[in-house]
Design a protein around this ligand. Structure first.
Ligand code: 8YV
Length: 334
């Protein structure tokens, strides 16, 4: 696997290679480039660092390459050793890092946008179709050898083609979901912080008010970032605004959904189904989801293709390379 090579190998002013702590086991090709270009501390056992260990093991490193499993709130950022100058996250989402605290401390932060857009949009459609067409129940019927006979009225799901798809958050991933939805002749509605230019909108219908978006959501796809504003956005009141029998899909962040409310709506039949790849407090998800037959569940694998994980790793390294070469990193967040 060829890695994208930096123009210039990174080095510190004193001529030594920068020291990088890599908090998780990354694909071999990514680790090969890291060890080629950096004095790297890897984590071959792939055990997840808690805050204390992250701070402790950061000592003696110029930068750290983290995943969204490593939490960097202000309290952690403030206690990082002073030699740590950059945090490169192997993710597009950055809700695990307090950017304001990073700015205050003068800590650079970068992420990996673009490269996981297609993989995540693909998983969004997998969830949408699987939830709508009762894939989990059908699969189970076969595996448990309960398929007695074919029935004209059996396993009836929600029709997808031609329905209204409401996309909450029309950034790169939201737009890639819309592109796939056009293949299913869906009518696309969206809410975003600002209205898109016509060439990006491509006929999608803008709703300035997210509440209004809900009323047309035969399918609701959550693709916005997690923030104070979107925390528990999909609560009982907002679920009530969805058409009866709607399908909800979430590939963004779990805490945008209020679990108790979603579970209640899936149980009552207010919602036909849900497809979820992300959960609040994952992997310790709300246990109520496990028993719901109308919920298709995946363990946060939106970006999990080897091509995508390579691209994420190389993008994180491009950002580190630029930083240590004294240039502006492409994906600088702080
Ligand atoms: C990643 C993600 O796999 O990039 C993101 O924001 O949610 C995932 O696709 C994971 O967070 C890697 O750190």
């Amino acid at each position: 696997m060829a890695s994208t090579s930096p123009q210039q190998r990174p080095s510190q002013p004193h001529g030594q290679r920068p020291r990088i702590l890599v908090t998780r086991k990354l694909p071999d090709a990514v680790e090969a480039r890291i060890t080629r270009d950096y004095d790297a501390t890897l984590n071959p056992a792939d055990n997840v660092f808690d805050a204390d260990r992250l701070v402790r093991e950061s000592a003696g490193h110029d930068g750290i390459l983290v995943c969204s499993t490593e939490k960097l709130p202000a309290a952690v950022i403030e206690t990082l050793p002073p030699e740590v100058k950059i945090v490169a996250t192997f993710s597009v989402g950055h809700d695990h890092i307090d950017l304001a605290a990073a700015k205050t401390r003068g800590l650079a932060v970068t992420n990996t946008p673009d490269v996981l857009t297609d993989a995540t949009a693909d998983i969004t459609f997998l969830l949408l179709l699987a939830a709508a067409r009762r894939a989990y129940e059908g699969e189970r019927t076969i595996r448990e050898d309960r398929w007695g006979r074919w029935e004209p009225t059996g396993m009836l799901g929600v029709h997808v083609t031609g329905k209204r798809l409401a996309i909450l958050g029309m950034g790169r991933i939201g737009r890639a979901v819309a592109q796939r939805a056009r293949g299913f002749e869906m009518e696309i509605h969206y809410n975003n912080r600002s209205r898109l230019a016509p060439e990006l909108e491509q006929g999608a219908i803008y709703h300035e008010d997210p509440e209004e978006l809900l009323s047309v959501a035969d399918f609701l796809s959550i693709n916005c970032p997690s923030s104070k504003e979107t925390y528990h956005f999909l609560n009982a009141d907002r679920i009530a605004r969805l058409p009866d029998g709607a399908v909800v899909v979430n590939t963004a962040r779990g805490n945008i959904v209020h679990d108790e409310s979603l579970i209640a709506a899936l149980k009552s039949g207010k919602l036909a189904a849900a497809g979820l790849d992300v959960f609040e407090n994952e992997p310790n998800i709300h246990p109520g989801y496990r028993d719901l037959p109308n919920c298709f569940l995946l363990p946060h694998i939106g970006s999990a293709t080897l091509e995508t994980r390579h691209a994420m790793g190389f993008r994180a390294l491009d950002n580190l390379d630029a930083f240590f070469a004294g240039k502006e990193s492409r994906d600088r967040l702080a």
